[in-house]
Design a protein around this ligand. Structure first.
Ligand code: SF4
Length: 139
């Protein structure tokens, strides 16, 4: 396997295997990956359109029972630093986002054992009723 050969295949729109992708991830120069990605984009989007949005990430809760070893974000249920974000706090974050020209809220958070599907359904309904134009990019 060689990076140049794999990058050439990618430029010819050939699918690479997961192993080949991993090889490029570990071995290819970032500038080579950027160049190939740019060329592929120019082929697929010759009008050169690049789109973007302004959004904000907000955490629903830092309470989590998944215990991922790498995670320094979560707190166990009952911990003094645990929180569940309130609607008032979302309103502040959303209105700040709008002021900066943003229109999307990304919601993510821990696996809180007491927050089931209805909690999230009701939260999303509430936020959409308060801000109908807000895009929710959630969970
Ligand atoms: S918050 Fe996410 S990353 Fe952290 S322990 Fe929970 S599931 Fe894992």
């Amino acid at each position: 396997m060689h990076s140049d050969e794999l990058l050439l295949r990618a430029l010819n729109f050939e699918f690479l295997s997961a192993e080949e992708g991993l090889y490029l991830f570990e071995k290819a120069a970032t500038t080579d990956l950027m160049t190939v990605a740019h060329q592929l984009r120019m082929i697929q989007k010759p009008e050169k359109a690049v789109t973007w949005i302004i959004d904000r990430n907000a955490n629903t809760t830092n309470v989590c029972i998944a215990n991922c070893k790498f995670c320094n974000f979560f707190r166990k249920p009952g911990h003094e630093e645990s929180y569940v974000t309130t609607v008032e706090e979302y309103k502040q974050k959303i209105e700040e986002t709008f002021r900066y020209g943003g229109d999307q809220l990304l919601l993510q958070g821990g696996h809180h054992p007491d927050l089931g599907l209805s909690f999230y359904v009701n939260l999303f309904k509430k936020l959409k009723s308060l801000y109908p134009t807000l895009k929710l990019h959630s969970l």
